[in-house]
Design a protein around this ligand. Structure first.
Ligand code: FES
Ligand code: FES
Length: 157
């Protein structure tokens, strides 16, 4: 099935079986390896991408559903000013993520900070738990997220 869509601001097409997972197509057909196929069951969040402005788990989406829609992955997001805010916020607070989760953690944090410009405790937990990680302390991550939010607020003032 030929599927046309927008990927990281470019019009693209791919010819694959309609039931293929979006995560597999993005990785295998487009070489976008920032997202991970970890659990493949909607538990870990490591396959998150942005679909029409909203975070989704790409392992749960059959590729035919993205016809005519817009996808952004960390590879596209890393070219934005929003990415810089998250990068600087994490760096300032000494958030050292592993290579496995860092791309998706950065993407999900940035996208959720669009929604929660000054996240409260509840919103912080939502941002934290979007991606599974048991090796970086939540307190460190929280500081990084709040610092990223401050960088963004200053830039947008
Ligand atoms: S690989 Fe998609 S949620 Fe874990
Ligand atoms: S820092 Fe990457 S999974 Fe915990």
């Amino acid at each position: 099935m030929l599927i046309e869509f927008t990927l990281n601001s470019e019009n693209v097409s791919v010819d694959v079986p309609a039931y293929f997972r979006l995560s597999d197509v993005l990785r295998d057909e487009f070489g976008l390896h920032g997202l991970r196929n970890a659990c493949r069951k909607g538990y870990c969040g490591l396959c998150s991408v942005v679909l029409d402005g909203k975070l989704v788990y790409s392992c749960l989406i059959p590729v035919f559903q993205i016809r005519g829609r817009e996808i952004m992955t960390i590879e596209g997001y890393s070219k934005t000013d929003d990415f810089e805010d998250v990068y600087k916020g994490f760096k300032k607070e000494g958030v050292h993520l592993c290579d496995y989760c860092a791309p998706t953690r950065t993407l999900t944090t940035g996208i959720l900070l669009d929604r929660y410009a000054r996240p409260d405790e509840h919103q912080l937990m939502e941002i934290l738990t979007t991606v599974t990680c048991s090796c970086t302390p939540y307190e460190t991550l929280k500081k990084g997220i709040l610092s990223a939010a401050r960088f963004r607020q200053r830039r947008l003032q």
